[in-house]
Design a protein around this ligand. Sequence first.
Ligand code: ADP
Ligand code: ASP
Ligand code: MG
Length: 414
Amino acid sequence: MSLIVQKYGGTSVGTPERIVEVARRIRRWREQGHDIVVVVSAMSGETNRLLQIAREITPSPDPRELDVLLSTGEQVTIALLCMALHRLGCAARSYTGAQVHIRTDSTFNKARILEIDEQKVRGDLAQGRVVVVAGFQGVDGAGNITTLGRGGSDTTAVALAAALKAGECQIYTDVDGVYTTDPRVVPQARRLERITFEEMLEMSSLGSKVLQIRAVEFAGKYGVPLRVLSSFEEGEGTLITKEEQQDMEQAVISGIAFNRDEAKLTILGVPDEPGVAYRIVGPIGEANIELDMIIQNVGADGNTDFTFTVHRSDYQKALEILSRLADDLGAREVEGDNRIAKISLVGVGMRSHAGIASTMFRALADEGINIRMISTSEIKISVVVDDKYLELGVRALHSAFGLGGAVQDRSRGE
Ligand code: ADP
Ligand code: ASP
Ligand code: MG
């Protein structure tokens, strides 16, 4: 018997019938003698619906009030799930984030969990109850409701699992594990039996929304065994683990992530002298805009072109800042493009294998796809391409690296 934290995402609790299904699954785990803490998301589409209503009132809702609004989605599902559990004869109690003291900082809409007082949860477990906690929300030191950023219920689950020292944190969703790439884009994608925290962190930060990046960070930091599974069918899912040293022959590439969330800006013909990068990047940072990829080229005439990407929602603001800077810096021109996509290959095996980049670039060239930017780290290579080539590029790379086929068992060194 062990303590297990289970998280059910929006689709898994999207209808009353599905909520009853989830309750049945929880009861089965209870019958096997496990203590169960459940974290639920809002019903699918609900968080978007609430956001849309807020935007109909004002284009820039007050962040504190937005969190009061968005947190209501999860309050609905905790209550409904407990009702379903009661009907099945399973003792259960629901709690909002504030009620179980999920203490966060005060960064509304993107708060970070600081601590969890797990006493209340333990008390209920000792009484034989299933504890159902609202995901995605917490409370700051002044008692304000906060939310953890989109997809934040994953993080609530991992944080609770860490605080309770749970045997496993199970993330139930609408796919039966982590795949080599999004199975909705590449039907040949295959489920991974295992993936390392490090790789999953890259996959999440580069666009795979199957797990929120903070959840993976947290699980890695506190050593929480994390598993992604389907809430619709039985199976082993994907285990996210520490890198195994003896696993020498592991796959070079474990997955392909992508996103359409970025935009590219270039300032052309700025004088190539000390301080130029700082004079460009400084004002962008002051406007709270995060940069992702950065490239600087040196032209033959002593001038340089400076290109970077930002989140697409910051594109207009960044373009305005750059246009203003252009005059001060004596730049020739400013260019922008918000119809780009980023495709990334991820794999710890890249550390010990050469030639990955050339295979990648060749596969894209064979499809006539032009690469606009490149960036690399020890375990990933990212390229920026025109967004109309996103699907084609991901499929071409998936097949060039032989990622399709039967279920891959990383521990057997395929
Ligand atoms: P939930 O509502 O359960 O949190 P999400 O929609 O947040 O579910 O995440 C699951 C989705 O993530 C899948 O439906 C799938 O389309 C997408 N996804 C993206 N990349 C991957 C991947 N590499 N493996 C599995 N799913 C992925
Ligand atoms: N309901 C929130 C969202 O849609 C949190 C979550 O589902 O994890 O982002
Ligand atoms: Mg999610």
